[in-house]
Design a protein around this ligand. Structure first.
Ligand code: PLP
Length: 438
């Protein structure tokens, strides 16, 4: 495939990108294998972010590549509306087994955003189906990211992602975020302070009444707003309160699903049972777009006890696309055969030590880590929020490592196949970048 430098970059309107800045000085990737990308000039770039948190098993896994090749030649497309194909059912069963049968069903989407909007719609329709149609309110959290659909944007809590798009969904409220640098800076794992912030749900319930609230959605660990780790006991408390008030709890596991915390899902790590779970990204190792909503059996049963006919008026042309299913099936096999989670667990403390070795470097105001995730918070340049981290990102790329920034926070989430030598390379280069950062 010809992947030479494009002659013009005008026509591609790039997502979540400073288009003008990028097109003046592009960063173009042309191939990937294992832990490394290669750029258009032939330079190796160590992947410190698993692409966009989506390549847990490393790039170009042969089993996934050949599964996709095989399926595209055999069944390029098959509808799943009033039709089906075996791989979609096979994958669903295997995904349920992968959750230890915590969940009963899976609904396929094509992205995390679609998974979130699907889960929110399911929550509303579930309550209506069981005769509590007044439960229409959705509760998100400040600094939450749930994709870019109108539902996800509305429950999301990032001002910049919301401000240009009108009033969004009505009937949405937000829990406070849990980030507290004064009390929790430089924590490994879950911070000590902030569990009580879950009790803010009681305030919201008192304000609106439980009978109007359908669901609470949170990321177990918020990624896109800069690695916000839940305080000890916080998620369990949220679970208790949702149960007490008959509110569904949705975990958005789009980044935490498929091993990011060294367990299959964050709900395993924190030992908290959500009623629904949204996933995407690592589900296919990033190879083909796919998302999925996992739901508890009781939710499905509620729909199935209604009148005969279509039980949920929702779905996407590409729900359960055969090629995505093939990629996901192969990904699950790779997880098992290559013991990806076991490997991640075996390097986790080395990773964490490397993260916290950055303490004392210029401008570093916090280091936080959980599983195979790191957040490095930098002091902002006065009047220029985000500028310092963004220049670190550019310099890091020039030096051969891929990091990700949001505001003045660097987030790292490498493929889980990372080895100690890669961790050394990643943090060695990052140390140099941070030392020289203006
Ligand atoms: N939810 C969370 C927690 C995410 O981190 C993301 C993407 O980063 C999404 C939803 C949206 O996923 P997608 O970009 O696949 O639509």
């Amino acid at each position: 495939m010809n992947l030479a430098k494009p002659e013009s970059m005008n026509a591609f309107w790039m997502p979540f990108t400073a288009n003008r800045d990028f097109k003046e000085n592009p960063r173009l990737l042309v191939s990937a294998e294992g832990m490394y990308y290669r750029d258009v000039d032939g330079n190796q770039v160590l992947d410190g972010t698993a692409g966009l948190w989506c390549v847990p098993c490393g790039h170009a896994q042969p089993k996934i590549v050949s599964a996709v090749r095989e399926m595209v030649g055999q069944l390029d497309f098959a509808p799943t509306f009033q039709m089906g194909h075996p791989a979609a059912f096979d994958l669903a069963e295997k995904l349920m087994a992968y959750t230890n049968h915590r969940f009963g069903q899976v609904f396929y989407t094509n992205s995390g955003s679609e998974a979130v909007d699907t889960a929110l719609k399911m929550a509303l329709a579930y309550h209506k189906a069981r005769g509590e149609g007044s439960r229409t309110r959705l509760i998100g959290r400040e600094r939450g990211y749930h994709g870019v659909g109108f539902g996800g944007m509305s429950v999301g809590g990032i001002g910049g992602n919301r401000k240009s798009f009108g009033p969004l969904l009505g009937g949405v409220d937000h829990l406070p975020h849990t980030h507290n640098l004064e009390k929790n800076a430089f924590t490994r794992g879950e911070p000590e302070h902030g569990m009580n912030l879950a009790d803010e749900l009681e305030r919201i319930v008192a304000l609106h009444d439980a009978s109007t609230i359908a669901a609470v959605i949170v990321e177990p660990v918020a990624g896109s707003t800069g690695v916000l780790i839940p305080p000890k006991g916080y998620l369990k408390r949220l679970r208790e309160l949702c149960t007490k008030h008959g509110i569904l709890l949705i975990f958005d596991e789009v980044i935490t699903g498929f091993g990011r915390l060294t367990t299959p899902f964050a709900c395993d790590y924190f030992d908290v049972e959500p009623d629904m779970m949204t996933t995407a990204k690592g589900l296919t190792n990033g190879v083909i777009p796919m998302g999925a909503v996992f739901s508890k059996q009781f939710i499905y049963d509620t729909f199935m006890s209604g009148p005969a006919g279509i039980e949920l008026f929702h779905g996407y042309t590409y729900s359960g696309h055969p090629i995505a299913c093939a990629a996901a099936l192969a990904t699950l096999e790779v997880f098992q055969e290559q013991k990806i989670l076991e490997h991640a667990a075996s390097v986790q403390s080395y990773w964490e030590d490397a993260v916290h070795s950055l303490k004392g470097l210029p401008h570093v105001t916090d280091l936080r880590s959980i599983g195979m995730i790191a957040g490095i918070e930098l002091e902002s340049i006065p009047g220029k929020p985000g500028a310092r981290a963004f220049s670190a990102f550019k310099q890091a790329f020039a030096d051969g490592i891929l990091i990700r920034t949001t505001g003045d926070i660097i987030a790292m989430s490498p493929p889980l196949v990372i080895e100690k030598k890669h961790i050394d390379e990643l943090f060695g280069k990052l140390t140099t970048v941070l030392k020289n950062l203006a």
